[in-house]
Structure formats: structure tokens, C-alpha cells
Write a protein that binds this ligand. Structure first.
Ligand SMILES: Cc1cc2nc3c(=O)[nH]c(=O)nc-3n(C[C@H](O)[C@H](O)[C@H](O)COP(=O)(O)OP(=O)(O)OC[C@H]3O[C@@H](n4cnc5c(N)ncnc54)[C@H](O)[C@@H]3O)c2cc1C
Length: 370
């Protein structure tokens, strides 16, 4: 580990920084170089500094809310922490409002703020942990809505060339839980996200799964015939609170496995043995299978390898029973066990959703590639 680093002005450095409380899985992690950024000029200043020059062989790793990462016990990267704040209206008409939101704004607070202002589009993405700058990385999605539905652009710093870029939504190459940022890790630092939100409440999506019934109940309580965006948001908050463990009480990083996409033929074959298998048709004769259902059917609800076990109410979520002590290795053991059990039973390989961070700060797969 290198000696203590220092950069004056407002860029802070901590000689040994404990990140165990900075990731929602509560994995034990320390880093020796953490740079907190509260405005864009600090990033320019840091990248032009002696420290950045001297440490240029070290990867730069961006850490926001830590809700989608699996951190190593010792992180030897330069850890950049975007904490820029601010929400600006850049354009407003009768039909829509354009917002520019700084990367360090808490995502859920932003959703609540916009709905309360009468600006709609983000309500289905309520209660997703993390910061706004991280939301484009995996094109966050929930209850039939993805970030790309409202995102107009991002302002991002290209770390290798030390240049600023304005990327339109199409440049971000969004996909299901995917984007250009996810595919080129350690490359971009997003500082601003531009949204277009609409003012017409009729445009909300309230028909997804159990949202409709709960939103309708909220609407009734308010004396409304149809759910308003606030009703949808409150319904989603309720449903999520019932289904998902709060990371503050039971550390986790949300859905641990992606829903696997298999061929229709394989799905039909599985249906013969498991008539209740849950699948959603996809383009090109593929079917998306509910990973949570597979885990439950394999008898792994509450299972895994201590201290990392699946949640009793939501098998897709892996929880950490020894916060701030368990390490990436513990996660890997539990994950390998679950992946092996599912493969043995269904011949389906589960893939991990959260980002695996190597000790040097590059993004990896762990020993067992999934
Ligand atoms: C209980 C729970 C529920 C969840 N539910 C959902 C859900 O419904 N839908 C969903 O999509 N996700 C969900 N997630 C996952 C997670 O909340 C999101 O992926 C979120 O956007 C991560 O934000 P973060 O600030 O915590 O990012 P971090 O975990 O800090 O970072 C995630 C990745 O993004 C990169 N990154 C972070 N900030 C920036 C930036 N400013 N510029 C460039 N790169 C950056 C990091 O390097 C890392 O690779 C859930 C997580 C939890 C714990």
C-alpha cells in the first residue's frame, strides 16, 4: 500500500479509509486513497495534480452509494466519490419540465421531490437505493419503467483522456440493466443527468403487477377515481418495503442474480416437469425466467452458505448476516453454491447483477465466472 497521499484545497484524502459502512452489503473493505468530489472543477484539479500523475498506473474506481457493488477487503484503487449536489430546471413548458440533476443527489429523494412537484416519469423507480449519477450505469429499472424512458443526456468525464463529454441517451447505448458505462468500466465519471419529465398525470404506468391494486387503494383513500402519480409511488414504496429487506437492517445489494433468458424450447421442456415455472416471453423466441422462483424451487429460500444467505421473503436477495466482517470471499462461496444447485436442477446458469470489484479497482468476475 502506498504512503499517505495528500491533495490540498477541497479534494480530501484519507490515509486509510473504511468503506465497510459505504456499501449496502456491508462487506469489510478498506481503501488507502479516497477522493471526495463536490464540484466538477475538483475533478479537473485532481486529474491535473501530482497525485494523479504519480499514481497513474492505479485504476480509478467510482463509488457512489455502494448499493450495487461487491467490494474487496482491501481496495487499492484511487476511489473517486462524486458528491456533487443540485437540481436545476433547464426548460419548462405546459407539457414537460427538463431537469439537470447532479450526480450526488440521492435517487429516492429525487423521485419523491419530482412527484411532489407534479413532474412525472420517475415514480415507478421509487425506493431504489443509491445516487443519481449511478442510475445510468445499469439503466435502473423497476415496475415496467427504465431510467432511459426519461433520461435525455448525461454529462460525464472520460477518465483516460481527461475530457468532458455530453452524451445523449442514444450515445449511452442503454439495454436491460446495461449501458456503455457498464460495458466500459473505470472509464467514465458521470457528474450530471438530464431528464425530461411530463406534467400530464395520465401518462403514468400504474398497471404493472400488484401496483395497480395497491395504487387504486391509495387513490380511493384520497377520494380519487384513478391513481395519481403519488398513489403509484406510495404503492411501489409499500410493495418494495414488504418484499425487500432494508439494507440498513439486513445488509444486501438488492437482486443478486439477473433473471436468466433461455430459449422457448428449453422453457417448454422445463414446463413439462415444473408446470408452475414463471417466465415472460421475450423477442426472438426467448423466455425470461424468474430467478427468484428457480432459487425457491431449489429449496434455497433462506439458504446459501453462512454468513451469506438468501432472504426468507425474497430468494433473489442475498443478505449478509455478519455485517462489516464478511468479505467478498464469503459472497463468492455462497454464490457458487447457489449457482451450482440451480444448474444441477434446471440446467440454467445464473448471472450476478452487482458489480464485482477486484482488489486493484478493476471490475471483474471473481474466481467463479458467472
Ligand atoms: C435493496 C435494493 C434494491 C434495489 N433495487 C433495484 C431495482 O429495483 N432496480 C435496479 O435497477 N437496481 C436496484 N438496486 C441496485 C442499485 O440500487 C442501483 O444499481 C443503483 O443505481 C446503484 O447506485 P449507487 O449509487 O449505490 O452505485 P454504486 O453501487 O456506488 O456503483 C454501482 C456502479 O456504478 C458505478 N458508478 C457509480 N456512480 C458513478 C458515476 N457517478 N459515474 C460513473 N460510474 C459510477 C460504480 O463504479 C459501480 O460500477 C437495488 C439495490 C438494493 C440494495
Amino acid at each position: 500500500m502506498t504512503a499517505a497521499l495528500r491533495l490540498d484545497l477541497s479534494v480530501q484524502h484519507h490515509s486509510l479509509y473504511d468503506l465497510s459502512h459505504e456499501n449496502t452489503m456491508a462487506l469489510a473493505c478498506v481503501a488507502d486513497c479516497v477522493v471526495t468530489l463536490t464540484d466538477e472543477a475538483q475533478l479537473d484539479a485532481f486529474m491535473a495534480s501530482d497525485i494523479a500523475d504519480r499514481e497513474q498506473s492505479r485504476p480509478l474506481f467510482v463509488l457512489s452509494g455502494g448499493s450495487n457493488v461487491l467490494l474487496p477487503a482491501q481496495l487499492n484503487a484511487i476511489v473517486l466519490r462524486p458528491q456533487l449536489r443540485g437540481i436545476m430546471i433547464t426548460n419548462q413548458t405546459q407539457d414537460y419540465v427538463d431537469l439537470e440533476v447532479m450526480a450526488g443527489e440521492n435517487w429516492h429523494d429525487l423521485v419523491v421531490y419530482t412527484v411532489n412537484q407534479g413532474w412525472y416519469g420517475l415514480e415507478n423507480l421509487a425506493l431504489i437505493p443509491g445516487l443519481t449519477g449511478a442510475a445510468p450505469i445499469q439503466n435502473i429499472g423497476a415496475y415496467g419503467v427504465q431510467l432511459e424512458d426519461c433520461l435525455q443526456y448525461v454529462r460525464a468525464y472520460h477518465l483516460p483522456s481527461k475530457t468532458w463529454h455530453h452524451l445523449l441517451a442514444a450515445d449511452c447505448e442503454f439495454g436491460y440493466r446495461d449501458s456503455i458505462f457498464k460495458r466500459t468500466p473505470n472509464t467514465w465519471l458521470i457528474t450530471r443527468v438530464g431528464f425530461r419529465l411530463h406534467t400530464d398525470p395520465a401518462k403514468i404506468l400504474a398497471s404493472y403487477g400488484d401496483v395497480q391494486t395497491v395504487a387504486q387503494d391509495y387513490a380511493k383513500q384520497q377520494g380519487r377515481l384513478q391513481p395519481a402519480p403519488a398513489d403509484v409511488m406510495h404503492a411501489i414504496i409499500d410493495i418494495r418495503q414488504q418484499k425487500l429487506p432494508d439494507p440498513k437492517q439486513l445488509p444486501n445489494c438488492g437482486s443478486f442474480f439477473q433473471n436468466p433468458i433461455i430459449s422457448q424450447d428449453q422453457f417448454i421442456a422445463l414446463q413439462a416437469t415444473y408446470p408452475n415455472i414463471v417466465g415472460y416471453p421475450m423477442p426472438e423466441l426467448m423466455v425470461k425466467v424468474a430467478a427468484g422462483w428457480l432459487i425457491e424451487q431449489a429449496g434455497l429460500k433462506g439458504g446459501g452458505i453462512e454468513p451469506i444467505v438468501t432472504h426468507q421473503q425474497q430468494a433473489l436477495v442475498l443478505t449478509n448476516h455478519t455485517p462489516y466482517q464478511a468479505t467478498q470471499d464469503d459472497v463468492e462461496q455462497a454464490q457458487s453454491y447457489i449457482v451450482a444447485c440451480i444448474y444441477k436442477k434446471f440446467s440454467i446458469t445464473l448471472s450476478r447483477e452487482p458489480v464485482w470489484v477486484n482488489a486493484n479497482g478493476t471490475i471483474g468476475h471473481g474466481k467463479h465466472v458467472v
